[in-house]
Design a protein around this ligand. Sequence first.
Ligand SMILES: [Fe+2]
Length: 145
Amino acid sequence: MTLLTVWDENDASAPELQTRDAQVITDVLSTLGARFSRWPLRELTAEPTQDEVLAAYRDEIDAVNAAQGYTLVDVVSIVDDETPEYLEQAATARGKFLSEHQHDDDEDRFFARGSGVFYLRANGKVNAVFCEAGDVISVPANTTH
Ligand SMILES: [Fe+2]
């Protein structure tokens, strides 16, 4: 279940807030300009291709693209199968995603499966959003994450 934890960016000794309440998560993230929502999960094959994932969620993706003017969609798939390929892929992903950064476009992520944590640092707070299948999080442009 989705979990939001908020700390003061200079004091990680104890969180200021920890909640699984989707409405509270939505409200807190909205103060950062971020959006949180959920999409209904669709049936996927055991090892779906990128095209199959995109096709399963085509209506939702098209709606977001139309509303936000997005033109780029990608699928990230990291499956822990304990193979050397996974270990290399995981190391590459960690190198890319663990470095705090900003960019001048939004970053929306939908979790079709699995889980992940987005850390957003803004307004003197660190907001960690543990996302699970069905969650959609939108990190607005120029937000440190
Ligand atoms: Fe990013």
